[in-house]
Design a protein around this ligand. Structure first.
Ligand SMILES: NC(=O)c1ccc[n+]([C@@H]2O[C@H](COP(=O)([O-])OP(=O)(O)OC[C@H]3O[C@@H](n4cnc5c(N)ncnc54)[C@H](O)[C@@H]3O)[C@@H](O)[C@H]2O)c1
Length: 328
């Protein structure tokens, strides 16, 4: 798809981060946008930012509350899009919503694991199913599924388990790659891309916490404090000498650093994604770190989960080792 003007794009997770920047850039190119999120407040801010520039006459930006891990809510989102965008077709589907968490099969509660997997994989699956009939009706369409570098490397470094997110992101990558042939055979006017960002400066760390705890509070719960202690101990720290208040502070700093000290902004990432869609690339790596990690893993897959692999990669890419390593 060379041109987004006059098209209709659906974005999941449009409330913050890359989803918000995708919305802003699409609107700036004259594309109608329908977004969903679990946060009405954040979507209202995205809409406001989209409307800062003078919009072309008749352009529609609609916001819809939906949890992408719950199929009924996704179907309601689809019905609302049809009604409020006054359409029976869409051209672009960005399956972008995602959260971290559920790192350990062994020590994290099952609900947390299932939630992370449900949002990161279920969200992609349910929205693709729900919106496929509307994509079928368009003259051209594109499905853009956001995976991660964790879609080809199931780790954020030694000492930090990362199972739910990685399993989901591998699923998103495998699904999208298989869709290439499926669409070519059965719906050749629809293309698809898998997006694999490296470290992008967004609030995903703090958003993940809010979603898993169901609380806007920045304070860690006793379970979160225990999990943080376990993580720090695994990194070789003597946690008996660290107070809860210090752990609380480290956690807040980690979320802030993840957002503010990333090598790439969400706006720059959204531009790479949209350029990739225009160029009809099925494989969109985002950021120098993502390109570099792709090379490292291909070069020596057997070593990919060893300490010296991570140390070497971290040194070359500038990624932080250990507790500062974010959920990518
Ligand atoms: N930031 C990174 O470094 C990075 C790296 C690789 C991949 N990713 C992926 O990029 C995508 C966008 O993440 P981001 O970094 O912009 O994070 P973000 O937290 O800023 O944005 C994600 C948005 O999704 C929303 N969301 C979460 N759960 C939802 C649900 N169940 N239903 C609907 N909306 C929901 C959040 O409220 C938020 O607005 C995610 O899939 C993430 O896994 C991010």
């Amino acid at each position: 798809m060379k041109d987004f003007a006059g098209k209709i794009a659906v974005i999941t997770g449009g409330g913050t981060g890359m989803g918000r920047e995708l919305a802003r850039q699409l609107v700036a190119e004259g594309c109608n946008v329908a977004m969903c999120d679990v946060s009405a407040e954040n979507m209202a801010e995205t809409k406001r930012l989209c409307e800062v520039e003078k919009l072309p006459q008749g352009l529609r930006i609609t916001t819809h509350i939906a949890d992408v891990s719950i199929e009924d809510q996704v179907l309601r989102f689809r019905d609302q899009v049809a009604e409020q965008q006054q359409t029976d077709k869409i051209h672009l589907l960005f399956n972008n919503a995602g959260i971290g968490g559920g790192g350990s099969m062994v020590s994290n509660p099952r609900e947390q694991w299932d939630k992370t997997f449900g949002v990161c994989w279920g969200g992609v699956y349910y929205n693709t199913r729900a919106f496929l009939p509307m994509l079928m009706k368009a003259t051209e369409g594109h499905i853009v599924n956001t995976s991660s570098v964790n879609g080809f490397w199931a780790s954020i470094g030694p000492g930090v388990p990362h199972t739910a997110y990685s399993a989901a992101k591998f699923a998103v990558k495998g699904f999208t790659e298989a869709l290439i042939t499926d669409l070519r055979l059965s719906a050749p006017h629809i293309k698809c891309s898998v997006v694999m960002p490296g470290h992008i400066g967004t609030s995903i760390v703090s958003n993940t916490r809010k979603i898993h705890t169901g609380s806007e509070s920045g304070d860690l719960s006793p379970q979160e404090l225990a999990a943080a202690r376990q993580r720090l101990a695994a990194l070789g720290m003597d946690v008996s000498k660290i107070s809860d208040a210090e752990i609380q502070k480290m956690s807040a700093e980690r979320a802030q650093k993840f957002r503010d000290e990333a090598p790439m902004t969400a706006a720059a990432a959204a531009k790479v994604i949209l350029d990739g869609v225009k160029a009809e690339r099925w494989r969109i790596l985002v950021g120098d770190d993502a390109h570099l990690l792709d090379k490292w893993v291909r070069n020596d897959p057997e070593k990919a989960y060893e300490l010296d692999f991570f140390q070497g990669f971290a040194q070359e890419s500038g990624w932080a080792l250990g507790s500062q390593a974010p959920q990518r």
